[in-house]
Structure formats: C-alpha cells, structure tokens
Design a protein around this ligand. Structure first.
Ligand SMILES: [Mg+2]
Length: 247
C-alpha cells in the first residue's frame, strides 16, 4: 500500500464546499488500495472538526488520516512546556496532547502563531514580549492568504509578520514545506505515491522535501502551472489520469 498526501483547502474543498469530484476521486484511490492522508496547513480546526467537514462531503476518515500544521508546531514544544498561543482550537488541542500549558503572560518556553480571527493588540504584545524574553518562536505556516469563495483572506503569515516586527525576531515554520511536518508524514506514511496541492510554493516544495511526485491542481490559489510542473484542473483529473497510467 502506498500513500497519497492531499492538501485540503483548494484541493478537496473551498471553505468546506466540495470541489466537484474530490470525494469520488478519494473513493477511487481507496478502491485500488491506496492510502489517503490529508495534510493541511490550516491550524485552526480541531481534528474532529476536520473529520466532520470531510464527513459532510461523504469522505470517511480516521484521526490518523489527518496531519496538520498545528500538530507540527506542537511537536516542536517540549513535553509539558508553557506556550503563548495566538491560535485557535487545532493548536490548543495539539498542545494538550503534548501536555503543554497555554500561558497568558509574557513568560513561556515557546510562542506559537497559527491562524485565528481572535487577534488583538494585547495578544500581539504578549507574544512579542515572550519572544523578546527568549521563547522559541514557532509559526504554523507562512501562507500570506487563504482562498475563500469570496476571494483571498489574510492568512497566518500576515499575523506572524506582525509578531516578527514587534519582537524583532524571525519565526521558525512548522507546517508544509518544513521539516516538522515532514517528520510527522514520515512517521505516518511509508512510500508516497503522490502529493497533491494547489500551491507550488508550499505543497510543491513539500513534495520536494519528501522526495515524492507532485501534482498541482488549479482549483485553489495557483491558477497557472510553472514550466515543468504537472498540473490538472482538479483532484479528480489527477486521480483518473494516474489510474489510467498505473492500473
Ligand atoms: Mg491549499
């Protein structure tokens, strides 16, 4: 059995709405015995929320089928450490699983910045103070924007930039295409058949780190394929072409 690593936003769904054919494509892969793992830089939802969103579009999943930038970020925090988190439930859940304590003053082992809409001047000040005091500064992902049906919205990278400017330090990134995420994938998957994503800079680079083939889909952020990058309109096209060539 070999594994497909699928990005979620822009590949499986857009803001939770199925990109046509993605559930059918995943069923086709599972029918021929391929393993499907969802790998997302969205750090906000918990694993059970992601599973419910998949369920709503008729995609069954097990918690072990999901790898998130929230988990990758939490993996860089020492067991039982204290963390200032500018982040939503996904990061908080992953920290709980590492027995880390979320701190709300400026003294902590680490600062994690993930995607959240709860971002204020005070949280910025708390995070910047902790970073200046020597906390390990971890960002879930650098994505400057994320795609929605209404267009691009500010992403985690935009929030991280504020903390970097205020603290005078650059963060280390945990999500795709970085090593922390790659380590989680290697713990979960053996051989990788394909990485499918909608962004060359993150998903394509991640495939490169893993030494795995990459297919770009044009249903999300990137609408043009660079020369030499295989591209298809949607996941369903990628899967049917792969099955025709390999089965
Ligand atoms: Mg994406």
């Amino acid at each position: 059995m070999s594994t497909w690593l699928l990005d979620l936003d822009g590949v499986v769904w857009l803001s939770g709405e199925e990109i046509p054919g993605s559930a059918a494509a995943i069923a086709l892969l599972r029918d021929v015995g391929e393993d499907v793992v969802f790998v997302t830089n969205n750090s906000a939802p918990t694993i059970s929320v992601l599973q419910r969103r998949l369920e709503r579009i008729d995609i069954a999943s097990d918690p072990k089928d999901l790898i998130t930038a929230a988990q990758a970020a939490a993996s860089l925090v020492p067991e039982g450490g204290s963390v200032v988190a500018i982040a939503d439930g996904g990061v908080r859940e992953a920290l709980t699983q590492r027995s880390a304590v979320v701190a709300d003053d400026g003294h902590a082992d680490a600062v994690i910045v993930g995607w959240t809409e709860s971002f204020t001047y005070e949280t910025l000040a708390t995070a910047a103070t902790a970073v200046r005091s020597g906390a390990r500064f971890i960002g879930t992902n650098a994505d400057p924007t994320h795609p929605t049906p209404a267009g691009l919205r500010p992403g985690t990278g935009a929030i991280i930039a504020a903390v970097e400017v205020a603290s005078g330090r650059a963060c280390e990134f945990a999500g795709k295409p970085n090593d922390a995420m790659a380590r989680l994938v290697r713990q979960r998957a053996g051989s990788i058949s394909m990485v499918v994503g909608d962004q060359v800079a993150t998903d394509g680079a991640f495939a490169g780190v893993l030494g795995a083939p990459f297919s770009l889909v044009l249903s999300g952020v990137d609408h043009l394929a660079p020369v030499g990058v295989a591209a298809a309109p949607t996941l369903h096209h990628v899967v049917t072409e792969w099955l025709a060539a390999n089965r």
